[in-house]
Ligand binder design. Sequence first.
Ligand code: NI
Length: 151
Amino acid sequence: MAIRNILTVPDPLLNKKCREVEVFDERLWTLLDDLKDTVKAANGAGLAAPQVAVLKRVCVIDTEDGFFELINPVLKSSSGEQTGLEGCLSVPKRYGNVTRPMKITVLAKDRFGEEVKFKVKGFTARAFLHEMDHLDGVIYTQKATNFVEEK
Ligand code: NI
């Protein structure tokens, strides 16, 4: 387990579409363990593989609702709406308001390749969608309004 370096904008790797995971091996598990160490060390709500320069559809979420590992996640359904401040470990000292669904259902694979389904809401749903956007090379700043800069 190790803490990896987090890329920041405008690193071009952050705008790449990531590839699906096909092999659920120890290399993947090391990536997941390192993402966990790195997001906890950085005190973030989530971290996606492209943020540590790995262009695979892998991300982790760390909120009050728990710690989640998502591999090849797909949004199956969503409802409601929420608007709130969002930040990103790849965009230091900046926050912006983003409108997202309030409740979502996501299908993904776990680290062993088994299908898993998550039904989450509120801030955790926001974190899921923020990290899933990273897998398509989308940074929240492309969706945000009313930016706040941290002094
Ligand atoms: Ni982010």
